[in-house]
Write a protein that binds this ligand. Structure first.
Ligand code: NDP
Ligand SMILES: N[C@@H](CC=O)C(=O)O
Length: 428
């Protein structure tokens, strides 16, 4: 039997998951590859923390990347540290030394994916990153391989486990945003800085990676219009429930003759839609191709073992490529495609506006919508006190720019106390 030594950069939630899953499934993996995979070294920052951890004694822990890059036994390096710049430096150094890299790090791939893939090919090594989008769900390989006979025009996903866990637990258990965020952190779903999750940036990086592969287009996460879930309250969730919707953070990429549009935002989805029933840390992705039609991928988008499953399969793929002598030979094509201005994207909206409880307020608001050509589908006045009322509206499909302009003008009305929320309604 052959033997391949690998190293891990990082041993947090995902790194420890890889150590444990490799131990658990070693015989199955060895049998398929006729190769024994050994984790020889792991890079971390704080040695004392890991000496307390239950790691096999055969693994050498180090705080020096040079111990890994200069070890010629190590053929594959698995980067599971997070953040972009140091990870990128390490990955480039590995390529230069002829080491293939597997990464779960969407930050580095959304920022530097195309140059890193080019560099890996120049050095005849593999660069694989299945776990960077939607944890354990196989989606990267389908995008560049299983679906590559299709012209893909739409990708819609719940791509962040933390925010989906927060929104579904706020809905199902009536918990506060802060309490559920802490739970998601305790379960290892959240990023080291959970701002990336709740602000939508984690999902933005993932949809940029999928759009790059699926649309053969050179986009980055900076091309994504991003809104997070920070403003979603129990009020919005219960209004959604009453109206027959679930609230989800969606990542949407579409390609048309006008160009590519990329966005991440909370949305009301009809309860009967399959995406509305994706709960907890689960993720789901709809892809529409002009041959295959609609395909949906579903599974755990975060957590130690689901993510380790994707990472280890990538490691196995690298070994297979080495055995077949096709390492570093994957072909890619990227075009520069124009981006659609996000202010032109149309959708129906749910709006919650806090106003004075006074005569003439509703007609002032309706007047501004009418001036912007926006028609009101329904309007309910709720939670009325003597002084204040909450108005919940659904408006017909309208361009985002026109809706924002109308809401901005409303904040200038003395009877409008605040725009509590504006959330798109998805009718798919
Ligand atoms: N958690 C999840 O469910 C998923 C995570 N990912 C991605 O996988 C990667 C790892 O995530 P996760 O395991 O959750 O992160 P953790 O924060 O749990 O672990 C990070 C690990 O990397 C080490 N590390 C970080 N920076 C450095 C550095 N500069 N030098 C040396 N070691 C470093 C840390 O060491 P120390 O403790 O000593 O600081 C720690 O061992 C991220 O890119 C994340 O986005 C992808 C899919 C799912
Ligand atoms: N923090 C991420 C982890 C996986 O990518 C998430 O919550 O989805």
């Amino acid at each position: 039997m052959k033997h391949v030594a690998i190293a891990l950069l990082g041993c947090g939630t995902v790194g420890k998951g890889i150590v444990d899953l490799l131990e658990k499934n070693a015989d199955l993996i060895e049998e398929q590859l006729d190769t024994k995979i050994t984790i020889k070294r792991i890079l971390i920052r704080n040695l004392a923390k890991y000496e307390r951890m239950d790691l096999p004694k055969s693994i050498a822990l180090t705080t020096e990347f040079s111990d890994i890059i200069n070890d010629d036994d190590i053929e594959i390096v698995v980067e599971v540290m997070g953040s972009a710049d140091f990870a990128k430096e390490c990955i480039e150094a590995c390529f230069k030394k002829g080491k293939s890299v597997v990464s779960a790090n969407k930050d580095v791939i959304a920022d530097y994916g195309i140059p890193l893939l080019k560099m890996s090919q120049e050095h005849n090594v593999d660069f694989q990153f299945e776990a960077s989008v939607a944890g354990g769900i196989p989606i990267i390989r389908p995008m560049y391989s299983s679906l590559n006979s299709n012209r893909i025009d739409r990708i819609i996903g719940i791509l962040n486990g933390t925010t989906n866990y927060i929104l579904s637990n706020m809905t199902e258990r009536g918990l506060s945003y802060e309490d559920v965020l802490q739970e998601a952190q305790d379960k290892g779903y959240a990023e080291a800085d959970p701002t990336n999750d709740v602000s939508g940036y984690d999902a933005a990086r993932k949809i940029a990676i999928l759009a790059t592969l699926g649309f053969h287009s050179a986009v980055t996460f900076r091309d994504v219009a991003v809104e997070g879930i920070e403003r979603i309250t129990q009020e919005d969730i219960s209004h959604a429930e009453e109206m027959g919707y679930a609230v989800k953070l969606l990542a949407i990429a579409t390609q048309s003759d006008d160009g590519i549009s990329l966005s991440v935002h909370p949305a009301f989805i009809p309860k009967q839609h399959p995406l509305a029933n994706v709960s907890g840390a689960y993720n789901a992705i709809y892809v529409r191709g002009n041959g295959v039609g609609d395909v949906m991928f579903y599974g755990q988008g975060a957590g130690a073992f689901p993510t380790a499953s994707a990472v280890l399969s990538d490691v196995m793929n690298v070994i297979l490529h080495t055995n077949l002598t096709i390492t570093g030979k994957r072909g890619y094509v990227w075009h520069q495609v124009p981006l659609v201005d996000p202010s032109h994207i149309e959708a129906p909206y749910y709006l919650r506006i806090i106003v004075d409880n006074a005569p003439g307020v509703l007609s002032s608001i309706a007047g501004i919508f009418a001036e912007n050509g926006i028609s009101i589908r329904s309007l309910i006045q709720k939670d009325e006190t003597k002084e204040v009322a909450e108005i919940v509206l659904l408006i017909d499909s309208s361009a985002d720019g026109l809706v924002r302009d109308a809401l901005q003008r409303m904040t200038g009305l003395s009877c409008v106390r605040r725009i509590a929320n504006a959330i798109r309604v998805i009718e798919i």
